[in-house]
Design a binder for this molecule. Structure first.
Ligand code: PLP
Length: 421
């Protein structure tokens, strides 16, 4: 169903009022070129606005050189552009100490950095690591592997039936032996928004490291990482309108200074002796080798774009769309919507349709131009608890509007009739 011809039968006109997109679709070249596409997979990766593509092109056309290396002016300009991007992204994230923002390829690399560099130096046999049942594999497997390597105990905080964390049970798991409490800001599979302050409080009471996977937090919530109180916060730029391979880790300065580097090589050294090497200052200590300069350049442009949109509006917009989608899907016989009520989630709606495999369903939706994710969403421990192998997931972002909800519901309903018949 196209945006132009959408019918407004499933949800009332009053509900649809104001459900225009937050960002003009025309700002996104891919979406502008495909007006009938309903892109509902932004939790996996977002589309990129023209300003991000232009910032990257402009960098290559006017500034490109290896930063931190040359004494010539172009290299100095590349160093300056790279630094300026860090300043803008840190400001966007509410990080005052700019050099505690380490650029990585994204959340996965950031969490592996913490588990590997801090974890190997600080977690010992007999210690405990607590994660939650909601975690993406990126915030589950590195901790599980660390626990198994050092002989620590790895425990999982379970959920209530609606996909929210059982905080009382979690608090009982966080004992004085606990060295790490790792949790997601927002679940990519169910959309659950987690109470960061309460979880950080549990970690602080026992002196454990509070590590937050912000892959689904930073793109959607108007956050200040400094005020969250976490020790480490990981995020991915490609989920917030930025380029693939962009993202980072924000970590407390004292921890970054104490812990060993993650990777060794150029840029991260101060002095290399024949027997001993000393490390560069932050952030360079954790950014070995030639950096992917275009990634922060593009991400900084994405941050500016989100700021101009009004960052405080993003969650409300996608939550409204998710609520519309939940209501529309719930009317379709055989559909089960998983996860918490709309007011406790972001713009993610995971569901099943009777015994139709999510892969088959998503292929049928694709024929109608509706792009959704099907599978375990890198959350197999969660799927086991939900007693499903996979779900179909629609995820909304700033360029979505009510026509996307309408197309999703119409296409799922058509698929239901086809499978039933
Ligand atoms: N954590 C969560 C909650 C995610 O949704 C994702 C990606 O979907 C990741 C971690 C991994 O992010 P990336 O693949 O960008 O490293």
């Amino acid at each position: 169903m196209s945006r132009q011809t959408m019918s407004r039968t499933r949800v009332s006109d009053a509900e649809l009022a104001g459900m225009t997109s937050l960002a003009p679709r025309s700002d996104f070249p891919l979406l502008a070129a495909q007006p009938h596409l309903h892109y509902l997979d932004s939790a996996a990766t977002t589309q990129k606005p023209r300003v991000v593509l232009d910032a990257i092109t402009r960098y290559y056309e006017t500034v490109n050189a290896n930063p931190h290396r040359g004494a010539y002016r172009l290299s100095a300009a590349a160093t300056e552009a790279y630094h300026h991007a860090r300043v803008r992204i840190a400001k966007f994230l509410g990080v005052a100490d700019v050099d505690t923002l380490i650029f990585t390829r994204g959340t996965t690399e950031s969490l592996n950095l913490v588990a590997s560099a801090w974890g190997r130096a600080n977690v010992k046999a007999g210690d405990r690591i607590v994660v939650t049942r909601l975690e993406h594999h990126a915030n589950f497997v590195p901790w599980q592997a660390l626990a198994s390597a050092v002989g620590a105990e790895f425990v999982i905080a379970e959920l209530h039936a609606d996909g929210t964390i059982d905080l009382d049970a979690m608090a009982r798991l966080v004992t004085p032996r606990t060295k790490v409490v790792a949790f997601g800001h927002v679940s990519n599979a169910l959309g659950t928004v987690n109470p960061v302050a309460e979880i950080v409080g549990m970690a602080q009471r026992v002196g454990a490291l509070a590590v937050c996977d912000g892959a689904q937090g930073a793109p959607h919530l108007d956050i200040s990482v400094d005020s969250l109180g976490v020790d480490a916060y990981a995020f991915s730029g490609h989920k917030m309108l930025g380029p693939m391979g962009s993202g980072g880790l924000v970590m407390r300065r004292a921890l970054l200074e104490q812990m060993p580097p993650y990777q060794m090589g150029g840029d991260m050294i101060a002095h290399v002796g024949d027997e001993h090497t000393t490390w560069n200052v932050l952030p360079h200590k954790f950014e070995a080798g030639t950096p992917n300069v275009e990634a922060p350049i593009g991400l900084a442009a994405a941050c500016d774009y989100l700021t101009a949109l009004g960052r405080g509006n993003v969650l409300a917009h996608e939550r409204a769309l998710a609520a519309q989608a939940m209501a529309a899907l719930a009317e379709i016989p055989g559909v089960t919507v998983l996860g918490p009520p709309a007011n406790r989630r972001g713009g993610v709606v995971s569901f099943t349709l009777a015994d139709v495999h999510p892969h088959d369903l998503s292929q049928m939706l694709d024929a109608d131009g509706v792009c959704v994710r099907a599978g375990h969403h890198c959350a197999q421990p969660l799927m086991r608890a939900l007693n499903v192998h996979a779900t179909t997931r629609a995820s909304f972002y700033v360029y979505n509007d009510a026509s996307d909800v309408e197309a999703l519901a119409a296409s799922v309903d058509a698929a239901r009739r086809k499978f039933a018949g």
